[in-house]
Design a protein around this ligand. Structure first.
Ligand SMILES: Nc1ncnc2c1ncn2[C@@H]1O[C@H](COP(=O)(O)OP(=O)(O)OP(=O)(O)O)[C@@H](O)[C@H]1O
Length: 310
């Protein structure tokens, strides 16, 4: 049986009348990158804060690295690295001052801290800017510094809340390479995102919406489960075709993407060739090319967060 880094049962959080997280059952294996994928307000940050022991659940049980949370939160703090959504370092301290300051907070001895800081400056390409104020760094540089600080004490579990929101695609790619390096060294990573391309890089994913777990699994498996349900249509006057499509029973969604329409058929509706015949029938009179498309993670997301059958 795979050892779990995080396990929750019925995890819930209520803010007054609002249910931010509802009955979350999670099993996150050690040694993997696990993603929380969800739109704004879906409960990702709230769930993460409960897992870190920063917020008390309204209901449910949490075990992180074998510790009972929130009871053992103090012990957990030394074993996790947490990168919050906002840049939480000191703008008026330099790169190396920020790192040494955090090393003191983690209780590292002076010489061990010196060695570790120097190693991380090198690893995250921050050596040449060690004296620069954090407030004067670019988005990508700040994020590398935040990751260096979150991993100073070599945590077993790294929790990253939308870490790449302010970062360009190249820096995002580099950042993910660094996460895979950490996995190779035995760490576990939990990362929240609303970017599909990032979610696709995770070993496993939980898709959240309005505090509920809608689907979970390996991105590839989630996409394969939609085989035959994604249909692409090319032709003229796609705006009007889309309007007609949305009135057809069994069409869950239709969206224009460049020169074609991307259709998601409902779970219990027609799929593959049967769906193509049905759409040709329903759209008789239009000059259209209709074929089966390859499911993407965005299709998975739409399929499990927008109601099932129209
Ligand atoms: N301290 C709080 N008091 C009241 N409501 C809160 C509090 N924290 C979060 N919420 C609400 O809980 C819901 C979930 O918020 P949360 O920040 O967990 O979502 P999220 O998926 O992380 O979104 P985002 O991507 O925007 O950060 C939202 O409706 C939010 O307004």
């Amino acid at each position: 049986m795979t050892e779990l880094a995080i396990e929750t049962r019925g995890l819930s959080k209520q803010f007054g009348d609002l249910t931010a997280v509802s009955g979350l059952d999670l099993e996150i294996p050690r040694g993997e990158i696990y993603g929380f994928l969800g739109p704004n307000g879906s409960g990702k940050t709230t769930a993460i804060r409960m897992l870190c022991g920063l917020l008390t659940p309204s209901a449910g049980d949490i075990s992180v690295l074998g510790l009972e949370i929130p009871r053992d939160a103090e012990q957990l703090r030394r074993r996790i690295g947490y990168m919050t959504q906002k840049f939480s370092l000191y703008d008026d301290l330099s790169v190396s001052e920020n790192m040494h300051f955090m090393a003191r907070i983690y209780g590292m001895a002076r010489s061990a801290a010196r060695d570790r800081v120097s190693q991380l400056l090198d690893r995250y390409s921050l050596g040449s800017m060690r004296g620069r104020l954090a407030g004067a760094m670019s988005g990508g540089q700040r994020q590398r510094l935040a990751l260096a600080v979150a991993t100073l004490h070599q945590p077993d579990l790294l929790i990253l809340d939308e870490p790449t929101s302010a970062v360009d695609p190249e820096n995002r790619r580099d950042f993910w390479e660094k996460l895979f390096d950490l996995i190779d060294e035995g760490a576990t990573v939990l990362v929240s995102t609303h970017y599909m391309d990032e979610a696709e890089r995770c070993h496993q994913l939980a898709i959240l919406e309005t505090g509920h777990l809608r689907k979970h699994g390996a991105p590839q498996d989630l996409m394969e489960a939609l085989a035959g349900r994604v249909i692409e249509i090319e032709g003229a006057d796609l705006r009007q075709v889309k309007e007609r499509l949305l009135r057809i029973d069994g069409v869950q969604s239709a969206a224009q993407q460049g020169l074609h329409l991307r259709i998601l058929m409902a779970e219990n509706g027609h799929t593959g060739d049967a769906a193509i015949s049905r759409l040709h029938q329903e759209l008789a009179g239009e000059e259209l090319r209709i074929h089966v498309g390859k499911p993407s993670l965005e299709d998975v997301f739409v399929a499990c967060t927008r109601g099932e059958v129209r």
